[in-house]
Design a protein around this ligand. Sequence first.
Ligand code: ATP
Length: 232
Amino acid sequence: MTKAISIHNLDHYFGQGSLRKQVLFNLNLEVSAGEMIILTGPSGSGKTTLLTLVGGLRSAQFGSLQVLGQEVCHASAKQLVQVRRRNGYIFQAHNLHGSLTALQNVKMGLELHQHIELQQMQTRSAQMLEQVGLTNHLHHYPDQLSGGQKQRVAIARALVSYPQIVLADEPTAALDSQSGRDVVNLMQKLAKEQGCTILMVTHDNRILDVADRILYMEDGKLVNASQVMVKI
Ligand SMILES: Nc1ncnc2c1ncn2[C@@H]1O[C@H](COP(=O)(O)OP(=O)(O)OP(=O)(O)O)[C@@H](O)[C@H]1O
């Protein structure tokens, strides 16, 4: 099966000189295309760092990290931009632009893809908002939407370009139990329909069951599955 993400002996350090600190230790991981992976573990264990490396949001320097067959370790700034363009991102704080409507926010997810015509962008964005149940909110601004609705706009924006990989960091953290559940169910449904791989960082034990596989991180290391069952 095609590997969406392939990680071998990945280390990561922050800081320089005497402040240099290792935060990821010899990570090894294979993620198949279409898998939904949840990455969990204590605060400070390195989950977000790993997510940002996979997303090309920071540069990986030691070991090997392949995303969709492309080596990201030692990649140039230009190559990292290409990696970022192929991914969708969903964050806890949804990062919607307050001065843009839901439709305009989703359309931004397509604006890096210059081959798509304006009218087509508009249509696709509206369809995506329909799929997340927001047909009646296309022209609402973020402050006119609930937390769950805002997160659904963020999902629509992340998926509108049909990315092969979606990276999500605590997408349910700001939501009540029911909205959190709705949001992950929606992510799972749309991702399966589009065949995209999801890597999601979460502390939210209520949503672990949506994952095809749960990974546990502790002190910068991936702990193996048999130990995970004891910890969760
Ligand atoms: N930009 C940075 N510069 C220096 N150290 C950092 C930086 N980002 C993270 N760290 C450190 O790296 C370690 C891992 O942090 P990371 O944010 O990846 O953990 P996490 O598991 O995602 O935590 P949380 O669940 O609290 O978000 C922590 O010790 C953190 O203090």
